[in-house]
Design a binder for this molecule. Sequence first.
Ligand SMILES: NC(=O)c1ccc[n+]([C@@H]2O[C@H](COP(=O)([O-])OP(=O)(O)OC[C@H]3O[C@@H](n4cnc5c(N)ncnc54)[C@H](O)[C@@H]3O)[C@@H](O)[C@H]2O)c1
Length: 441
Amino acid sequence: MKISVVGTGYVGLIQAVGLAELGFEVVGIDIDEMKIKQLNKGKSPLYEEDLEELLKKHINKNLTFTTSYEPIKDSDVVFLCVGTPQDAEGNADLRFLFSAVEKMKDYLDEKYRVIVIKSTVPVGTNRKVKEILKGYNVDVVSNPEFLREGIAVYDFFNPERIVLGFEDLSNKKPIEIMETIYGYFKEKNIPFIITNWETSELIKYASNAFLATKISFINELAKLSDKVGADIKTISYAMGLDKRIGDKFLNAGIGYGGSCFPKDVKALIKQFENNNIEPILIKATDKVNEEQIKWFFEKIKGYYGNLNGKTFAVLGLAFKPNTDDLRESRAIKLIDMLLDSGAIVKGFDYVEKARENTINMYKLNKSKIVYGYNLYVLDDIYEAVKDVDGIIIATEYDYNKEDWKKIGKLVKEKVIFDGRNVLDVKKVKKLGFKYYGVGRR
Ligand SMILES: NC(=O)c1ccc[n+]([C@@H]2O[C@H](COP(=O)([O-])OP(=O)(O)OC[C@H]3O[C@@H](n4cnc5c(N)ncnc54)[C@H](O)[C@@H]3O)[C@@H](O)[C@H]2O)c1
């Protein structure tokens, strides 16, 4: 079976490489020439553990990349994995998706093909795509993606479920083709949810909005804990022991970011509103998240009074650990707020590509210490904390492994604002640090 994957970002590239590893002949298609050039040299344009090794293993064997849509001619299945970012009103912007569908048309002929939409799309989109492809010999399948950046390759081979939405469940042809492609997962007894388009589309939004709501719930509670002297970490732990609640996504912090939760929550709100239903709970989830970072920033400001001329180490740049993705990163939002207040920021992330992306995003000068405005990006955590007035933890890494005694000697003032509640409070306090967490002292 020959497969094309249109869009080679976080989702498409993992899909292409993963399917190649499962033995399929795969072509990745993207409009970004630089990306394709890099990929054909076996270099990954984005950072994910094990991704580059797998890419190198299959490139120019059963995996190739191109900017041309021509390979669609030979393909039995086409996966659409283009971005669906947020538009100015908060809706999912489907321009990339529709443009890919239009381009694809030139290469469709009488041969039967399955077109699979992997991008996160609002309810009704698969139906619209089928409408656009009316008269062509295709079936359109909804197959939302659930991978987590940072462990995306692992997630490809170990999904918790595979969701497949079809136009007509009595039409067995596309179902059988999808079950063949995902035969490896069938053998592993991964649950398959075979349903209609609308249900499949909504499963994706429901899952992301629920997780976001869990985060906003604990974040709101952390504000009260902070005020009354309760410890949110102990509360989360106790709550999580209740199996009905579970311990995941209950760590209070400065809010969720990334390329999915913020935009998907907003897009779900719009889908409710477009159907004249008031999305009370989901709107609150979004609002709590927007407020959380401001609340934390006020905490920092409240400590110093005036941030003008103060220097901070911001630990973590990407939106979560082990990724280079800066989209909607709370660390970047915090950096912007600090810079706007006249502070000097020394940023650090363990992932080299996250540091590179920050340098490129702010168009910083490239030198040994990378600087521009009042922002410096450093390769070494000890360089980042040197002479700072405060340390701010913005991304959820385990910084306890660092030498906090040494850090204590390097900083100007021993103050930590732990935006992810990751530090061993007792330990750092014993070393003379003042500690401010999120609902935790
Ligand atoms: N990133 C995640 O963790 C994740 C997880 C689950 C679902 N999703 C969803 O998957 C989709 C893709 O997300 P992503 O993070 O991979 O996006 P991305 O921005 O990393 O990648 C999108 C790619 O599509 C390419 N592209 C745009 N228009 C194109 C066209 N007409 N033809 C060919 N290529 C085109 C872009 O150049 C880019 O390389 C989105 O709908 C997203 O919501 C993302």
